[in-house]
Design a protein around this ligand. Structure first.
Ligand SMILES: [Fe+2]
Length: 183
C-alpha cells in the first residue's frame, strides 16, 4: 500500500502546493509527541498529519467536506482505521459537519474513538500555517477567519468552535510539557 506521505504528495503537490507544504510540516511536527505516545499511536498520528487534508484534492472530492472525503478515500485504500478516524474528526470536524448538515454522516460512517490522539493532531494542525510555517494557535485561528471572511461557513465554524479548539490545543501542549519534563 502507498505510504501516507506519498499519497499526500500525489494528491496535493502539483495542484495544491501550499496544502502540500502545510501537511508535510504537520506530519513532521507530529514527531514532537515521540515521548508522549505509544509507538503505534505516534506512527498513526504522523501518518494522519500527512493525509489530514487530502480531501481538498479535487479527484477525491465527494461531499465537499474535506475530513469526510479524505477519510472515505483512506478507507477505500485500506489505511488503518485509526488513521481514517483521526482524519475524519481532525480539528473539531464534528462542529463544522453539523454546520454543513453532515454531522450524522460523519458520526455514522466514522464513529469517533476518543482514545485516539485527536488533541495532538489538532495541536500540530493549528500550530502550522498554510505554507508550513510555525504559528500560534491564536494567530492561526485569526488567519483562517480572515482568509474566509465573516459570511463564510468556515469563519462561522472557527467562531463557534474557538473555545473547544483552544482547549484541545492546551491539553496537547500540557501533555507535551509533562512528557518533555519526564524525559
Ligand atoms: Fe491542516
Amino acid at each position: 500500500m502507498v505510504s501516507a506521505k506519498t499519497l499526500a504528495e500525489e494528491l496535493l503537490a502539483k495542484d495544491l502546493p501550499r496544502r502540500w507544504q502545510h501537511v508535510q510540516a504537520v506530519g513532521r511536527r507530529a514527531g514532537l509527541f515521540a515521548n508522549a505516545l505509544q509507538q503505534r499511536e505516534l506512527t498513526n498520528l504522523i501518518a494522519a498529519g500527512f493525509v489530514h487534508d487530502i480531501g481538498y484534492a479535487e479527484p477525491i472530492m465527494d461531499t465537499g467536506f474535506h475530513p469526510i472525503d479524505g477519510a472515505r478515500h483512506l478507507r477505500r485504500l485500506g489505511f488503518d482505521e485509526d488513521i481514517v478516524c483521526l482524519v475524519a474528526h481532525h480539528t473539531c470536524a464534528h462542529i463544522e459537519a453539523d454546520l454543513r448538515e453532515l454531522g450524522t454522516t460523519l458520526q455514522t460512517e466514522f464513529p469517533r474513538h476518543v482514545a485516539l490522539p485527536h488533541d495532538e493532531l489538532l495541536f500540530c494542525d493549528l500550530t502550522t500555517g498554510p505554507c508550513g510555517e510555525l504559528v500560534t494557535v491564536e494567530d492561526r485561528l485569526a488567519e483562517v477567519k480572515t482568509r474566509y471572511g465573516a459570511d463564510h461557513l468556515v469563519h462561522r465554524f472557527i467562531t463557534t468552535a474557538e473555545d473547544q479548539l483552544l482547549a484541545a490545543a492546551e491539553r496537547a501542549k500540557a501533555k507535551l510539557a509533562s512528557k518533555a519534563w519526564a524525559a
